[in-house]
Design a binder for this molecule. Structure first.
Ligand code: HXC
Length: 498
């Protein structure tokens, strides 16, 4: 071990050292360092006497479960892990190498931000990193671990990457720190309130994975890597006889009464391989569940309405959460399985004022533009615009299925009947009105709230029994492997509503 590493300085802060982190993350003895000799002799730091070994960031490559990954870890014990020109160039170089090799890149952030004494050279270093993060986006998976402070413009490098891991009491992530907030805005808050791990995992939605300890965080990053596409191998779905994949434990999960809630995770757990569901952004926008899973060993992305929270309605945050995940899966050619039980978009002043139009449009756009395999199962409700948005046939889902109790309609009976019969109701007495409404509610439910029209029109391909679903989805994945979308307009890029 390099004797210049100052492990103690990190340990007294309750943190691991950059080199310990890399070793914990990678397979044993697999780390190969790049650029260890790059040193800053203080010409830019203003501290001429102080040399900054490896300019405060350790970079290189190694393996996770045998797969190559590129990695960098900022060393807070070297001038606060601050980023100067060389430090920035080292990170940019690592991302560039990961692009060339087409494999994941993992950044471990622990830094005071731009090295103030380096002035514009520090900003240039950041500029390089942001540029390469953007170039890599959608081509290789990029993972950020926030293992200390990540302040100022520095947040935008993780911000561009696909997945951000935060750690309780260790991660602090904000554009402007508590002192500046106090000075400029007159607001008092702690660093934890402003950008602690929980804030980003629950409220802001910036983080995708939350951990109590560094060790469990690194273990989870290793797990995530196992779900990501391996571009070194040209994976072909297994050929030959597909054994029948029955589902036995699905009965009774969805309550008979359509307004009753249930936890859609129970359905997911039955549909995918045992213990393979790897949930993302678990504590943020809980009305929509997203995550990676394996279906008979093939990686799939799951997007599912969660009736246990806000009835599974779509709102601003869940639309954003879903849209970004759909785009991640599409960019990496991971098939999407969408499980629908959605009463609609969440109504109300707050949602409208927060821009549900703009946010909901992202989900529609992301699904419509995705060309990866798209399979949809309507478990129960699919109403209105949300029916379309949740990967309907109209957004070019490859297959849409429904379960026997599916309700597909423009809106629920309680909302629709008074609109349809508004004029007739005007002339009625209260008693008469009540009887009439009750009758019409029953009629409406019978006539409109089912999957019949959707099946007749081909908007739903097949009605499936729950127990048949796993098998059918797996067959679709195999059959559609390598599919090409016919309609592709060549353009520079679309303009997704941001
Ligand atoms: C130069 C810095 C520094 C910085 C920390 N240090 N931040 N040096 N530039 N931005 C140095 C300290 O002088 C100290 O050096 C060592 O790093 C450790 O810092 P401490 O303050 O002793 O550590 P700690 O008490 O743990 O506090 C950590 C901290 C604090 C919360 C991160 O250092 C801090 O608030 N730093 C400034 C954070 C910030 O505002 N960054 C944004 C910069 S602007 P010695 O020699 O004593 O060990 C920016 C814009 C980027 O990032 C724009 C990109 C587009």
């Amino acid at each position: 071990m390099n004797k210049e590493y100052n492990l103690e300085k990190q340990h007294i802060k309750g943190k691991l050292h950059a080199i310990e982190r890399i070793k914990m993350l990678l397979d044993e003895n697999s780390f190969c360092e790049i650029g260890s000799g790059i040193t800053n002799y203080g010409s830019h730091t203003g501290k001429e006497e102080k040399k900054l070994p490896y300019d405060g960031v350790i970079t290189g490559y190694g393996t996770i479960s045998g797969r190559t990954v590129f990695v960098y870890a900022q060393d807070f014990s070297v001038n606060g892990g601050t980023l100067g020109l060389r430090h920035g160039k080292k990170i940019a170089h690592i991302i560039e190498l990961a692009i060339k090799k087409r494999c994941p890149v993992i950044g471990i952030n622990d830094s005071g931000g731009a090295r103030i004494q380096e002035g514009v050279n520090a900003l240039a270093g950041y500029g390089d990193v942001f540029y390469y993060n953007t170039l890599a986006s959608g081509y290789i998976p990029q993972i950020s671990i926030i293992a200390g402070p990540c302040a100022g413009g520095a947040v935008y490098s993780p911000g561009i990457t696909d997945f951000i891991f935060v750690i309780e009491n260790i991660s602090k992530m904000f554009v402007t720190g508590p002192e500046v907030v106090k000075h400029i805005m007159g607001q008092s808050c702690t660093a934890e309130e402003l950008g602690g791990a929980r804030v980003h995992a629950e409220k802001s939605g910036v983080a995708h994975f939350y951990h109590q300890t560094e060790k469990s965080c690194f273990q989870d990053v290793r797990r995530l890597i196992e779900y990501l596409p391996d571009y070194e191998e040209h994976k072909k779905a297994k050929e030959g006889i597909i054994q029948k994949l029955n589902l036995n434990n699905i009965d009774g999960i969805i309550p008979k009464e359509s307004k009753k809630a249930y936890d859609v995770r129970k359905i997911i757990a039955e549909l995918v391989d045992d213990d393979s569901f790897f949930e993302i952004q678990e504590n943020h926008a809980r009305n929509l569940i997203i995550g990676l899973a394996k279906l008979n060993q093939l990686t799939v992305g799951i997007v599912a309405s969660q009736p246990a929270f806000l009835g599974g309605a779509l709102d601003c945050d869940s639309s954003d959460k879903g849209a970004r995940f759909v785009r991640f899966c599409d960019a990496n050619n991971i098939p999407l399985i969408t499980l629908v039980d959605v009463p609609g978009f969440l109504p109300g002043l707050v949602q409208e004022n927060d821009g549900i139009i703009r946010h909901g449009a992202k989900l529609l756009y992301a699904y419509a533009e995705a060309t990866t395999i798209k399979l949809t199962v309507i478990l129960r409700k699919a109403y209105g615009g949300a029916y379309i948005a949740m990967c309907s046939k109209h957004l070019r889902a490859d297959m849409v299925y429904c379960w026997p109790e599916a309700e597909i309609a423009v809106m629920g009976a309680e909302g629709a009947v008074p609109i349809i019969y508004g004029n007739q109701l005007k002339g009625m007495m209260e008693d008469e009105k009540k009887v009439f409404l009750e009758e019409q509610l029953v009629n409406y439910k019978k006539q409109y709230i089912n999957a019949n029209t959707a099946l007749e029109e081909g908007f739903v391909d097949e009605l499936l029994l729950p127990e048949e679903t796993r098998d059918r989805l797996y067959r679709d994945l195999v059959a559609l492997e390598g599919k090409k979308d016919l309609i592709q307009i060549h353009k520079k890029h679309g303009n997704i509503p941001l």
